[in-house]
Design a protein around this ligand. Structure first.
Ligand code: WTA
Length: 630
């Protein structure tokens, strides 16, 4: 792979406010990393010992490439750590969840109330014959019942597979049958932007060829109440009110599955990523405590839907493990107006706000007059996840939302990794455009195709060398697919399929998926780089780049651009944009073609689906589009 100098001489660095150094929870990065390096097992043992285990492990980690076991032979229950650990201490009456519904609806659950609800739901599931190891599909919007249902499964050792409530019938069916779910928990409808979206018809359609499903539990929120099919569809409220009050936590083995979460593959069917009870718990706890620095007095808002991995780890499990207060809402960012999220931050005194670059760029586009209407001074930390946080979005977020007082965590990780892997931990200097360094506990680097390190400033592949506690156990019923992840280069590293670049200080910049890489005249170019360059032009709101086959160069770059409001696509502008990219990245990265569009195809979690653009461009079949937003 040819070396490409992408280090920019004008790289900005932001230094954190010194007051952060005084916080007991912020540990010096280098010191923590040294502790890990000196003795990884002792490091994870120390973290795991904060949590309660019914039976201690024999070994912290067993590594038989590509399979690892964590906390071997230990027994635990994650809900015992999310609930009893707090209820039996002074956090019994602390708010676990603030939930804000549209039209000013509000619900508050203390740790004690959540504990009671989870036990009842656990018993309700048991009464339907759900046993340890059985799979339960949860298809609910982001409401407290979703949290209760997930924890109830974990309570009795059942394996939840949450399907984002925005998915359609085919995608839902694939996931229900893929996991072989015995029960589906759903609602009659979800609320969105002043209206309601019926869920029950979608579930009915999804169940047409789903032979493993025995019962459907339906939360009925609408009047008049939807009818239920005798002996097959059960009312959520009724079931929970009839259930026994006390439900002892099942003692599960550390290596037992906790959940399956489907993630779409680059090609073919979605993959069921399997996470285990013990390792996942430790990874979620550790990163929530040390990376997000979540503590007693925080009100923490993770905007990801609980149906995604971010919602699992940092919307629910992580914050409950550390005893934090979660803010959850069904409000979308622009309804009833573009100020609603800022209004909620002011009202609830949110201190940590964790969101996605796509949301940040949307807010940028709508203008800072919205955020300026509200008092955001409660915020102390901002986070971003899902795709590269381009420097312009970083700076806007830092200035207009964080008011230059809040560090920004750009966190790189995956459904498969279960927890944060790379970021700039609070206290370290921040470099916009760079996610940061591997966190203590993670051994990651940037390598060439053979697996050997590339020099600083050179594009390569992100590789992880050592196992970590919350790594996926396998791909459900497809261990072969799992093994392919740990098969990179001659050393068999874990490959994330991300293109990356590390600078002299060990900071890693993510440049896009290796499956989206464009080879132009023998040079590798990251789509994210081109997009970031385009977006940094004042006329551009969003951009997506693809490789278009070309007889001379192999590929040329084609970019699709959404202009900011009021800007028109003149020939002069096309020239300016190309020139802008040329100046920033060099001639090989300049798009040969530019198209101006109103929308870009995106997944529901906001990632641009370049594959779809490419298929459109070439007039071919786009493949699996189940994750495409409407
Ligand atoms: C991308 C989401 C750059 C990356 C937690 C990764 C990122 C994939 C970042 C996983 C980031 C996620 N900077 N790229 N901070 N975070 N990605 O499974 O390509 O939905 O491999 O997990 O998203 O997406 P997933």
């Amino acid at each position: 792979m040819p070396a490409e100098e992408v280090l920019k001489p004008d790289q900005k660095v932001y230094y954190p406010d010194p007051s952060y150094q005084n916080s007991a929870l912020i540990r010096d990065y280098d010191e923590l990393y040294r502790e890990f390096e000196k003795d990884p097992d002792a490091f994870w043992r120390r973290i795991a010992s904060d949590l309660l285990w019914f039976k201690q492990w024999d070994t912290v980690r067993t590594w038989d490439h590509p399979h690892a076991s964590w906390f071997t032979n230990a027994e635990l229950n994650i809900t015992y750590n999310c609930l009893e650990r707090h209820v039996n201490n002074d956090r019994r009456n602390k708010v676990a969840i603030f939930w804000a519904g549209e039209n000013g609806k509000e619900r508050i659950l203390t740790y004690y109330q959540l504990y009671k609800d989870v036990m009842r739901m656990g018993n309700a599931l048991k009464s339907l014959g759900v046993r340890k190891g059985d799979r339960v599909c949860i298809y609910l919007p982001g409401i407290p019942e979703l949290v209760v249902s997930m924890l109830a499964c974990a309570r009795i050792g059942a394996v939840h597979t949450v399907v984002f409530a925005g998915y359609g019938a085919k995608a839902l069916n694939e996931r229900i049958t893929g996991a072989g779910a015995k029960i589906v928990i759903t609602a009659d409808a979800s609320v969105r932007r002043g209206g309601s979206i019926p869920l029950k018809p979608i579930v009915e359609e999804a169940l047409i060829h789903a032979p493993t499903v025995e019962k459907v539990i339906i939360l009925r929120t609408q009047e008049p109440k939807v009818g239920l099919l005798d002996d097959f569809e059960l009312d959520y409220e009724e079931l929970i009110s009839q259930a026994d009050r006390n439900c002892e936590p099942e003692h599960v083995n550390s290596e037992d599955p906790l959940f399956i979460l489907y993630t779409s593959g680059t090609t073919g069917a979605p993959k069921g990523i399997v996470h285990t009870a013990g390792g996942y718990m430790v990874g979620a706890y550790y990163t929530t405590k040390y990376v997000l620095t979540l503590r007693e007095n925080d009100v923490y808002w993770c905007t990801a839907d609980p149906g995604w991995i971010t919602g699992h780890t940092y919307g629910i499990y992580g914050p409950l493990l550390v005893g934090g207060t979660i803010f959850l809402t069904e409000y979308t960012p622009d309804y009833p107006d573009a100020g609603i999220w800022w209004k909620l931050i002011e009202e609830y005194g949110v201190t940590i706000f964790y969101t996605a670059p796509t949301a940040i760029r949307m807010f940028m586009r709508m203008g800072e007059e919205w955020s300026e209407k509200y008092d955001l001074s409660s915020l102390r930390l901002l986070g971003s996840v899902g795709e590269p946080l381009n420097p312009e979005a970083f700076e806007w977020f830092y200035k207009h939302i964080g008011k230059k007082n809040c560090p920004i965590l750009d966190t790189w990780w995956q459904t498969e990794t279960g927890m944060h892997m790379i970021t700039t931990m609070v206290g370290l200097p921040m470099k916009p455009g760079f996610a940061g360094k591997p966190i203590p506990g993670v051994v990651a680097t940037v390598v060439n195709e053979e697996g050997d390190p590339v020099p600083p400033g050179t594009n390569g592949f992100l590789a992880i060398k050592e196992p970590w506690p919350s790594m996926m156990k396998t791909v459900y019923q497809n261990d072969e697919r799992y093994r392919q992840y740990w098969n990179f280069g001659k050393y068999g590293y874990y490959s994330s399929n991300d293109i990356a670049m590390m600078d002299e200080d060990g900071y890693i910049m993510l440049l896009g998926r290796s499956d989206d890489i464009i080879i132009v005249a023998g040079h590798n170019v990251g789509t994210a780089e081109i997009e970031s360059a385009l977006v940094s032009h004042s006329a551009v709101a969003e951009a997506a780049a693809i490789g278009k086959p070309d007889p001379l160069k192999g590929n040329i770059i084609k970019a699709f651009v959404i202009l900011r409001n009021g800007v028109s696509p003149t020939p002069k502008l096309i020239h300016d944009l190309k020139y802008h990219v040329r100046i920033m990245l060099g001639p090989i990265s300049v798009p040969a073609e530019l198209d101006f569009v109103d929308n870009l195809p995106k997944t529901r979690s906001g990632k641009i689906m370049r594959r779809v653009l490419k298929a459109q461009e070439m007039g071919i079949d786009p493949g699996d589009v189940s994750t495409l937003d409407e």
